[in-house]
Design a protein around this ligand. Structure first.
Ligand code: 13P
Ligand code: SF4
Length: 348
């Protein structure tokens, strides 16, 4: 039984932060759910990790740690709790299991996928390796465990350039995000090619290139365009524009800053710009706006990640109660994926 004062304290906290974003009746229901989850979390010796894209009431109530993919991977690796509940998408929960296999790792919804993770298979990676023998494979963390298992090293949006530079090789295969790869190529001054998905089609050998990409895209970040930026700058010439590196290289180039979700949050905290615009998932926009009430956030439109949106307080409560949906990985795949993720964590 949850005491009334615990629920009231949770309601006060959420209302203080979110009264302008979330209707009051919803805040009351969510405060009750959050108080119940937090009690169960203690009883079950669980830790809750929350990605920056979680909806505001969840983001500000139940996670022990919030952050971007890299930060949450580190927390998952370090925890001594029995259960890790990952309020994020499935590939993130898999990464937690890869790093901390003796823990029970739960993801609150089975539907929390990712368009990047589903854009490539382990067989696609094996075909790429056969086409470009000896070239190391850098794999974005937004992939499933069997794809990581075929890779030399993983990276996140927060360390992609550092990971590519750390390899010190003439060429790298960088998968599966076409745009992140393009942005890394731009920053490192490398030439990038995109071979066909068809393993039988050969690439013209005479081309000069140092990176080999893959045509995967984030269905959220591909929606932002240079035209959006031009239009907003016409109306607000002094706007600060921050773009996630899953946006196209043209969009990133037309922006003022580009980095991981947490780096974008920190940048807004420090900026003195009169207005700012985030080119990323819109729940993160709500979370940033709530934490920075004295700054003016501009909104282009409402671009919500449908996969992150699957994670609700209701499902998280059910997940903890029934200990569902557990991440189970083949041990051989987990061990091979571990090597690639661990190598990344050493780079920072
Ligand atoms: P971050 O690692 O920057 O949090 O990004 C994860 C993600 O899925 C962005 O769409
Ligand atoms: Fe995947 Fe894009 Fe959603 Fe991130 S925002 S989880 S990359 S679909």
């Amino acid at each position: 039984m949850i005491s009334q004062s615990t629920t009231a304290a949770m309601y006060d906290k959420l209302s203080g932060l979110l009264s302008k974003t979330v209707p009051d009746f919803e805040l009351r229901i969510k405060a009750e759910l959050a108080a119940e989850i937090n009690q169960l979390k203690v009883e079950k010796n669980a830790v809750i990790l929350g990605h920056n894209y979680m909806e505001p009431a969840l983001f500000y109530s139940i996670p022990d740690f919030v952050g971007d993919s890299l930060e949450l991977s580190r927390k998952a690796a370090q925890t001594d709790k029995d259960i890790i509940v990952f309020c994020g998408v499935k590939f993130m929960a898999e990464t937690a299991k890869i790093l901390n296999p003796t823990k029970k790792v739960l993801v609150p919804s089975e539907k929390a996928g990712c368009s990047l993770a589903s854009s490539i298979t382990a067989e696609d990676v094996r075909n790429l390796k056969a086409k470009f023998p000896g070239v190391p494979v850098v794999t974005y963390i937004n992939t499933y465990a069997d794809v990581k298992a075929e890779s030399d090293i993983c990276c996140t949006s927060g360390n992609a350039v550092a990971v590519v530079n750390s390899l010190n090789t003439d060429k790298v295969i960088f998968i599966p995000d076409e745009y992140l790869a393009g942005n890394v190529a731009r920053e490192t001054g490398k030439q990038i090619i995109y071979p066909s998905r068809d393993p039988k089609q050969n690439f013209p050998g005479e081309l000069d290139y140092q990176m080999i990409g893959w045509p995967g895209r984030c269905e959220v970040h591909e929606k932002f365009t240079v035209e959006d930026i031009v239009n907003i700058r016409k109306q607000f010439p002094d706007v600060l524009i921050l773009a996630h590196p899953e946006c196209s290289p043209e969009v990133v180039e037309a922006s003022d800053f580009s980095a991981s979700t947490t780096a974008m949050i920190r940048y807004v905290e420090k900026t003195r710009a009169p207005h700012y615009l985030l080119l990323t998932e819109c729940s993160m926009g709500d979370n940033v706006a709530a934490a920075n009430p004295d700054k003016e956030m501009l909104r282009l439109c409402n671009v919500r990640c449908p996969h992150m949106n699957e994670i609700t307080l209701e499902d998280t409560l059910e997940s903890l109660r029934k200990e569902q949906f557990e991440i189970v990985l083949d041990e051989d795949i987990r061990q091979r994926a571990y090597v690639a993720v661990e190598r990344m964590l050493h780079i920072g």
